[in-house]
Ligand binder design. Structure first.
Ligand code: AMP
Ligand code: ZN
Length: 666
């Protein structure tokens, strides 16, 4: 073994160990900075030495592979549903039935929480991860390996173990905190928040770009090992072994000797579950002995040895006092129910979201109604029903507002849009400050020394009416303001001045065009290279850009067809904001490889691998990780992997050298 190979192996092992401590045990063993430096060291070595490539290296977790169509795979062992139960009687009945089938034996059970996400089957061979398949219809699912690999708590290489080749099943969940953060980011981009963590988790598995999955804080909680060669006698021991070899099995699992102990578990977790970092909707009770499980077998749709107990969803009854309406920075109106404060799942609830007018109509909601509120995955609770028996006879359906609560303008509602909008983009105070607050935010112009509250202060004092006005502020104007020290005034001016060097794509994002989030802004900036070209692009041109859909295109067109917006853009151009990509980047950009999908493999001499990839992108091509029918060609350096070569030959994809490539683009 060479020195380099040794270093690579050691680094991988160390990173694996740290990943395990951090994501599985939740006990970080080194700082993020140390972790990142080690990872970077590994990535550089792997880049220089592709001969030591390992698809299960910790460096592979960042994703990047694109899957257009997920392959359907038949499960080796069917993924069953679970029978449901709702009461202690149901559980007693189930236990009696089992005892009848098994005869006079001592029973033991495990109780686990029922994690609410998307189920997944992971396959390991010789201690390494090979494949992940969704449950699908239980017989067949979709292979989502590339996406699953990005989830840090799923081990790619196992520690020394007694199972070696086996399947393990678990639930992909989106922990609540991460979910909230994702939604804050979305709302910052003017997009509607995701409804709940479960759907977002299962949606994530089917994203085409695994790099996008890598950015989502997903987790995987394991609950069952499926193996013909399992040396353990019980479900509990098997799961404990799974923990030891690297899997995340929640330590809430408990062994129970009888139904009383099971009930004890249910009662304890009915309330405590709200303290967990992820959502659960019940408990799964399983017969612990694997022999007993075999003997009990399956019905047409579920195992006889397991039973799900569903928690009653946490509900409270209270009175609807008032419906108020909030205006977002894009003018979208969100109705909010103001409730008589009531306790729900350990917190006091005063407000519930109503989403839109349809929702109010569907609930047939009326003022002073007694309503049922429930806590779902949403950030604030929702109203799930009305107690019509308690309703006053003379009550009348709520009339949705027709005019903006902030500026009084008549609201609009576009075909097919669930929400009402205030069209008074340039005169509606909340929209104005909301847009300026977005403009200065961290991911946009990132203006130090200026926060959301200062924006309101400046607006109230008539110093700014739009984001362009920021660039004309003077220290003299700021000083007389309430609570404005000299130091904060200069910091604000310095921060605003510094934002002139923020790159074009961020400026584009900062403009706050609806549906143009960070990623879309980056795509548009790369494609159009400057604001003028983007402003001239028509609908057809826009939708022909990779990943720009109808909704985004329409929104861009309507943004630039507004004269007020164009005036603002001309003003900030004059102040020196970056409204074009950096010239040095621009010089090398061509469209020579437009529509080409290229795979890069091996070691190169003239350009580094990264330079090569960048060059492909600068010339309009797309780099992907694996060879498929869609691959236009492969650029092969020295030591191209034999399996890649074989695949290219079978698919008839041509292979070119580094020099061929350089001739092609020059
Ligand atoms: P159901 O979809 O209601 O039939 O319930 C079956 C699903 O519950 C399985 O496919 C799993 O995804 C999920 N589940 C969540 N937690 C567990 C657990 N601890 N044991 C077994 N299944 C679980
Ligand atoms: Zn308004």
């Amino acid at each position: 073994m060479t020195e380099v190979e040794k270093t690579i192996i050691t680094l991988r092992e160390e990173l694996r160990q740290h990943n395990y401590s951090y994501y599985v045990l939740d006990e970080p063993s080194i700082t993020d900075f140390e972790f990142d430096s080690k990872l970077k060291e590994l990535q550089e070595l792997e880049l220089k030495h592709p001969e030591y490539f390992d698809e299960n290296s910790p460096s592979q977790r960042v994703g990047g592979e694109i899957t257009k169509n997920f392959k359907t795979v038949t499960h080796k062992n069917r993924m069953y549903s679970l029978d449901n139960s709702y009461s202690k009687e149901d559980i007693l009945e189930w236990e009696a039935r089992i005892q009848r089938i098994l005869g006079d034996v001592d029973l033991e059970f495990t109780c686990e929480l029922k994690y609410d996400g998307a189920s997944i089957n992971l396959t390991y061979e010789n201690g390494a991860f090979v494949k992940a398949v969704t449950r699908g219809d239980g017989f067949m699912g979709d292979e989502v390996t590339a996406n699953i690999k990005t989830i840090r708590s799923i081990p790619l290489v196992l520690r020394e173990n007694e199972l070696s080749s086996f399947d393990i099943r678990g639930e992909i969940v989106l922990p609540l905190e991460g979910f909230k953060k994702m939604n804050l980011d979305r709302m910052e981009a003017g997009e509607d928040p995701y409804r709940n963590p479960r759907n977002t988790a299962s949606g994530s598995l089917k994203l085409q770009d695994s790099a996008e999955v890598a950015n989502r804080p997903l987790d995987c909680l394991l609950y069952q090992v499926v193996s013909e060669k399992n040396p353990f006698k019980t479900h509990f021991e098997t799961l404990m072994h799974a923990t030891e070899i690297g899997f995340k099995v929640p330590d809430t699992i408990k062994l129970c000797k009888n139904v009383d102990e099971i009930i004890g578990f249910l009662e304890a977790w009915d309330l405590k579950r709200h303290e967990l970092p992820y959502e659960t909707d019940g408990v799964v009770i399983k017969v612990n002995s694997l022999n007993h499980q075999d003997e009990l077998g399956y019905t047409a749709k579920s195992p006889r040895w397991a039973l799900a107990y569903k928690f009653k969803s946490e509900q409270a009854t209270t009175t609807l006092n008032e419906v108020t309406y909030q205006v977002g920075r894009t003018g979208a109106i969100t109705p909010v129910a103001n409730l008589e404060p009531v306790e729900l799942a350990g917190t006091i609830v005063k407000r519930a979201s109503l989403h839109n007018a349809d929702q109010i109509e569907k609930l047939d909601l009326r003022l002073h109604d007694k309503v049922f509120v429930e806590k779902g995955g949403e950030i604030i609770p929702k109203i799930v029903g009305v107690d019509t028996a308690e309703r006053a006879v003379d009550s009348e359906p709520i009339q949705y507002i027709t005019h903006c609560p902030d500026c009084g303008t008549e609201l609009l509602r576009k075909e097919g849009d669930a929400k009402h909008y205030c069209p008074n983009e340039f005169g509606c105070p909340t929209q104005i400050t909301g847009r300026i607050q977005h403009f200065i935010s961290r991911k946009a112009m990132n203006i130090d020394g200026l926060g959301a509250e200062s924006v309101e202060l400046l607006f109230k004092n008539g110093l700014i009416h739009n984001f362009a006005d920021l660039y004309e502020l003077t220290k003299e104007q700021l000083m007389p303001l309430e609570r404005m020290a000299e130091k904060s005034a200069s910091n604000m001016i310095i921060g605003i001045e510094a934002s002139k060097s923020i790159p074009f794509e961020k400026v584009l994002f900062a403009l706050g065009i609806r549906f143009v989030g960070e990623t879309v802004a980056k795509k548009l900036a790369r494609h159009y290279k400057n604001i003028d070209a983007l402003m001239e692009a028509n609908y057809e041109a826009l939708i022909s850009v990779d990943e720009i859909g109808e909704r985004i295109a329409e929104s861009i067109i309507s943004f630039f067809s507004n004269e007020g917006n164009c005036i603002l853009i001309n003003r900030v151009k004059k102040y020196g904001l970056n409204l074009a990509l950096d010239e040095s980047l621009l010089a090398v950009q061509t469209e020579k490889l437009k529509g080409k999908v290229i795979v890069v493999s091996g070691v190169f001499h003239i350009l580094s691998r990264n330079e090569l990839k960048k060059s492909i992108e600068d010339n309009g091509g797309k780099v992907t990780g694996s060879i498929s029918k869609k691959t236009s060609f492969i650029i092969a350096g020295d030591n191209m992997g034999p399996s890649k070569k074989e695949k290219a030959e079978t698919l008839g994809v041509s292979i070119v050298t580094e020099q061929d490539y350089l001739n092609m683009i020059d």
